[in-house]
Design a protein around this ligand. Structure first.
Ligand code: ZN
Length: 267
């Protein structure tokens, strides 16, 4: 079968060749004019490639895999991901895992501001309003297993685009089955007991209704990783991921217990 992407694949090969050339180049000497020169260059013998340590899950907000493949092979879009997974479970691996895809955009998770440099991006073909397909999830779980194993990625580092860019993004949608992933070690999840344990009173107020000194929901969200500059957006993102009952910016008593539980796991 003729590959409709033969031309862009040629561009891929040229770009990887240019990057390989860059890797082979000895470091400039000296790195800046303000440093004294050394008598000769010394290359260490102990090194390898940097590894991805996060996985960011997206939905494409498009209507077909073909449309997404097209988007990621047009220079003008300036966006890409390592993997695109179709509704039928077909997996397109579009970029070597060691290379930097352009999927995160302006984002933040904990102290990390350059998400693309440390992560793998996975796009699920889904328009954002429909349920995720079983074949697609089956393939996703296989890809995640391979990534976790190959790069030793911690469970907490499997997150969504909406988690790292709460003001701008809402993918994957509230229909994404995070608990199913977490059960396999991809992403954190809360203990079911907190849903019914009404004696737990995280972020407690005293008898006069004044907040006690100590942990606030904002701090808990920050410790989990959320950018809380826009607190309402961060709460919405947290709820979409962990408690998608409503899309509002308020934390119910149950949401607070879930938040506290996840915070403890993130410590
Ligand atoms: Zn996204």
């Amino acid at each position: 079968m003729r590959n409709p992407y033969a031309a862009t694949n040629k561009s891929y090969r040229q770009q990887t060749k240019a990057l390989a050339h860059q890797l082979r180049t000895q470091p400039a000497q000296p790195p800046t004019d303000s440093l004294p020169t050394t008598p000769y260059w010394v290359g260490t013998v102990n090194f390898n490639l940097r590894k991805p340590n996060y996985v960011i899950i997206h939905h494409t907000a498009q209507t077909s895999t073909e449309q997404t493949l097209k988007t990621f092979t047009l220079v003008k879009t300036q966006v890409s991901a390592h993997y695109v997974i179709g509704r039928d479970g077909q997996v397109f691996h579009m970029l070597n895992d060691y290379l930097r895809a352009w999927h995160g955009g302006v984002a933040r998770w904990g102290g990390i501001t350059d998400i693309n440099s440390v992560s793998i991006g996975i796009e699920l073909d889904n328009d954002g309003t429909e349920p995720f397909q079983e074949a697609q999830l089956t393939s996703l779980l296989k890809v995640l297993a391979s990534l976790k194993h190959t790069y030793n990625i911690p469970a907490a580092n499997f997150i969504g685009h909406g988690d790292i860019a709460p003001v701008r993004k809402s993918d994957p949608s509230a229909l994404f089955p995070w608990p199913r992933l977490a059960a396999r070690g991809y992403g954190l999840w809360y203990d079911a007991a907190v849903l019914t344990d009404t004696t737990a009173a995280p972020f407690a107020a005293d008898s006069c209704g004044q907040p006690l000194p100590g942990l606030t929901p904002r701090e808990a969200l920050r410790i989990i990783g959320y950018d809380t500059q826009d607190l309402e957006a961060a709460i919405r993102a947290f709820k979409r991921h962990f408690a998608p009952v409503d899309t509002g910016p308020a934390l119910s008593e149950q949401d607070r217990r879930i938040l506290y539980n996840i915070y403890r796991k993130a410590l």
